[in-house]
Design a protein around this ligand. Sequence first.
Ligand code: ADE
Length: 261
Amino acid sequence: MLSTPGRIGVIAALPEELQSLLDAMPDAQAIERAGRTFWVGHLQGRDIVAVLSRIGKVAAATTTTVLLTEMACRQIIFTGVAGGLGPDVRVGDVVVADALVQHDMDASPLFPRYELPGLGVSHLHPPVDLTARVHEVVSEALSPQALSVNGPLKDVHLASLGLGLPRVHRGLIASGDQFVNAAADCDTLRHHLPGVLAVEMEGAAVAQVCHDFDTPYVVLRTISDRADESAHIDFPRFVRAVACRYALVMIEALLRPDRGS
Ligand code: ADE
């Protein structure tokens, strides 16, 4: 993605994340399609279309399809929050997807559980070199230096939210039309999908559309909860003070010309 020329579609899962992108895109112009507002403008000198995904797989698939077909985007970046499933994936960490699966896809006995009928696979993978590079760039963008008193994230007060420094993981994200908030459901996902790091509601749908259109994509998720009954942090405050800040810093870092974009 970083080296692919052309327009980039940036899909935000939360209105607050979209707003933080739009605040950095003063030239953005609105185009209405499919009941959505697509914001066409520039970020880090790149031609961008920013849009809210809406919640769930179908909504995300529609949004992605419009970006690829009507808005002529040549690559997609998705940013949002997710529930942490990996044993060392904590609230405030970030997961870069190197594989995505629809955890509610089950056409058995016609096809094996999780397999995408017609595609012959259950897991979809963004390009390997792309995720490796994204992991590197995002790790640097969220480094202790970036969060230190002189860094660009100096006003992100992690300790006051009870959070540690973010760790950036790379691995499997599971998507489904369900907000997971029970430990038993987490155990089931971990059992059936070994190595799964996070659960959310859109990423694998974006991956499937991008796969069909042979378009590179990146899915980034900041962990907002542990997807179980454990005490949740103040979600609106977390989104405002952490997730939105991380989303903008990560995306700007990915788009920066010195990154080879
Ligand atoms: N997005 C953020 N947290 C989530 C969860 N626990 N389940 C599904 N989607 C999420």
